[in-house]
Design a protein around this ligand. Structure first.
Ligand code: HEC
Length: 231
């Protein structure tokens, strides 16, 4: 019985942390290229979401950098997620989505978003509001993988909500992925690749969420195989 109670409280604590601290981390400014051919079931921010905001919201007099109506600036990934108060996985608690569906943003005389466009934004948030891009050719570049260019972007998209500097002791089970030295530790002892590759000897990551796109796993492996350099 005690064990069950403990489990219950641990899970509750993880849930609270997961949903309270998602923006306590550096958001990726550049989209991560999945390196896979574009998959019609995935919403890619750069390909699918940003063009909607650019065409319908981020113009003069509304939500561009100059006007920034109500402090909401909808011109880049970071600005959309922060000033639009996007809560990953929770469209109903995301301010920008609420405004779109409930207050009919953009307001007249501008054209409202179509049902399709609303559903793309909803799906993007439901899938974790990540900053992804894909190329139709889908070539996975594993030749020049760098810590600063590739690895940090993957981690900040998919891992730092639990393994960030201020949250990792509790939300991330003590595994810190917020700086090079700490990442190097789990890269070298096999846990980083084992966990993202879902090897049975490791705990599958990202915890409770779907596996990283194949290309990102290959890029992590290529970087580790190269000695996990600080490049
Ligand atoms: C929802 C929160 C959450 C997310 C997101 C998450 N982790 Fe974890 N991670 C945890 C927790 C909690 C543990 C400790 C689990 C335990 O010890 O039972 C852990 C453990 C680990 C470990 C140690 C695994 C082992 O077998 O010892 C590694 C490595 C790791 N995470 C890497 C990652 C990477 C890389 C990502 C992103 C691709 C990620 N995590 C995303 C919560 C998370």
């Amino acid at each position: 019985m005690k064990k069950k109670l403990f489990l219950f409280f641990s899970l509750a604590a993880i849930a609270v942390l997961l949903f309270s601290c998602t923006h306590d981390v550096a958001l990726p400014e550049d989209p991560v290229d999945t390196g896979e051919p574009c998959d019609s079931t995935i919403v890619y921010f750069a390909n699918d979401v940003l063009p909607i905001f650019e065409a319908h919201c981020a113009f003069s007099g509304c939500h561009d950098a100059q006007t920034s109506e109500e402090g909401v600036q909808l011109d880049t990934y970071v600005n959309i997620v922060t000033t639009g108060e996007v809560k990953p996985f929770k469209p109903g608690s995301s301010e920008v989505y609420e405004q779109i569906v409930e207050n009919e943003m953009p307001p007249s005389p501008y054209e409202p978003l179509t049902a399709d466009q609303k559903s793309i934004i909803e799906k993007w948030i439901l899938q974790g509001a990540k900053n992804l891009t894909c190329t139709s050719s889908g070539t996975c570049d594993t030749t020049n993988v760098t810590y600063s260019g590739n690895i940090t972007a993957i981690l900040s998209n998919s891992c730092l909500s639990c393994h960030g500097a201020s949250v990792y002791p509790d939300a991330g089970g003590g595994v810190n992925l917020s700086n090079y030295d700490a990442v190097k530790v789990v890269a070298s002892d096999g846990r980083l690749y084992g966990s993202v590759n879902h090897d049975p000897d490791f705990i599958a990551m990202p915890l409770g969420l779907s596996q990283l796109p194949n290309c990102q796993i290959k890029q992590i492996k290529a970087w580790i195989d190269a000695g996990a350099p600080n490049n």
